[in-house]
Design a binder for this molecule. Structure first.
Ligand SMILES: C[S@@+](CC[C@H](N)C(=O)[O-])C[C@H]1O[C@@H](n2cnc3c(N)ncnc32)[C@H](O)[C@@H]1O
Length: 323
């Protein structure tokens, strides 16, 4: 299930709030630090990338995404993309038409961050050892290849450089299929009676966090601090709920072994997708009692009397520093 930039842009208010929360954490830790080069991994529509530029105006911002449609969208919709255009000009009340010198302040690169370092594009290799802040929000949950990602982080960060990652927790939506890491991934699972094959195991949220910690440390990125959080979004419009659930469903479908749906009849394939959608929707609506007191309420303004859907997003924020 591919999510178009337009659909994502129409429903990313909530994701943007979570990202802002992480940008605040950067500012809290480093109130006066100026960053030279910031990398935004999985920039999506570029909305948060623009906010990074607003927050750190002197920094060059490099943004990557695996989806060419997102990169294309960013280059046309970024509020700061004009900084890259040497022929852009504006009207000055005294000097008239002014053409500013080219400032290559924003750079968008098509790249799959789950690949090993040698497979990443030359445009990203060019920043090896030069990135002093890596920021990423709601992307690492798409990347089960944690070792590759941590290797890439280690290559890109400058000594003393920091990573701040906001990661959505993978929920045990499909029972044992995701929750028991001791069961080999290759063995078939049934989902609502339909045999499927899953590529990866996540384990509990603790296991997910430990994996990132271990791999970061193994690659020389230390002082790892990981905080668990839960956001509860109260959503007034059903179409926003639909978009959010569709985005989350696409993470889980990614963890099926490639081709395992292709062998099925169209009708059966659509049933798996529809059932997963319902399972994801249910998993994100269940209040997590045991951590209820940590829940941050996010209520969007809306018409009185509008029925609001609750969407729970357990997540964790990783901060680490290249030694
Ligand atoms: C939920 S969106 C988050 C976008 C943005 N960070 C935000 O907070 O609004 C996830 C983005 O990660 C991108 N993505 C997924 N897997 C990726 C990968 N392996 N490498 C780079 N980007 C990836 C997707 O294409 C999508 O644009």
């Amino acid at each position: 299930m591919q999510v178009s930039p337009q659909a994502y842009a129409a429903s990313n208010t909530f994701q943007t709030r979570d990202a802002l929360n992480v940008i605040h954490r950067v500012k809290d830790k480093y109130p006066d630090r100026t960053f030279n080069i910031i990398l935004d991994i999985g920039c999506g529509t570029g909305k948060v990338t623009d906010i990074l530029k607003d927050t750190f105006p002197t920094a060059k911002i490099v943004a990557i995404d695996i989806d060419p449609n997102m990169i294309e969208y960013c280059t046309h919709h970024s509020r700061h993309a004009h900084l890259n255009n040497p022929i852009s000009h504006h009207h000055h009340p005294i000097f008239g038409r002014v053409t500013p010198p080219p400032v290559h302040a924003m750079e968008y690169i098509l790249a799959d961050f789950s690949r090993p370092w040698d497979d990443l594009p030359a445009a990203l290799h060019a920043f090896e050892g030069q990135i002093d802040l890596i920021f990423t929000s709601l992307v690492f949950n798409w990347i089960p290849e944690v070792g590759n990602a941590c290797g890439n982080i280690a290559h890109l960060l400058s000594p003393g450089g920091d990573i701040f990652a906001n990661v959505a927790t993978m929920l045990p939506t499909y029972g044992v299929a995701f929750s028991d890491p001791t069961v080999p991934a290759e063995i078939g699972e049934t989902f609502n009676g339909i045999p499927l094959t899953f590529k990866y195991r996540f384990g509990s949220e603790e296991a997910q966090k430990e994996k990132w910690r271990e791999e970061l440390e193994a690659h020389g990125v230390g002082r790892v601090d990981i905080e668990s959080l839960v956001t509860r979004w109260e959503i007034p419009q059903p179409e926003i709920e639909h978009n959010l659930v569709a985005i989350c469903t696409s993470w889980y479908l990614k963890y099926l072994t490639a081709g395992c749906l292709d062998e099925k009849e169209e009708e059966e394939r659509e049933k798996v997708k529809a059932d997963m959608y319902e399972a994801v929707k249910a998993a994100h609506s269940i209040p997590r009692e045991e951590i209820e007191e940590d829940v941050e309420d996010e209520v969007l303004d809306g018409d009185e009397g509008v029925e609001r859907k609750v969407f729970i997003l357990p997540r964790y924020v990783i901060n680490a520093t290249k030694i």
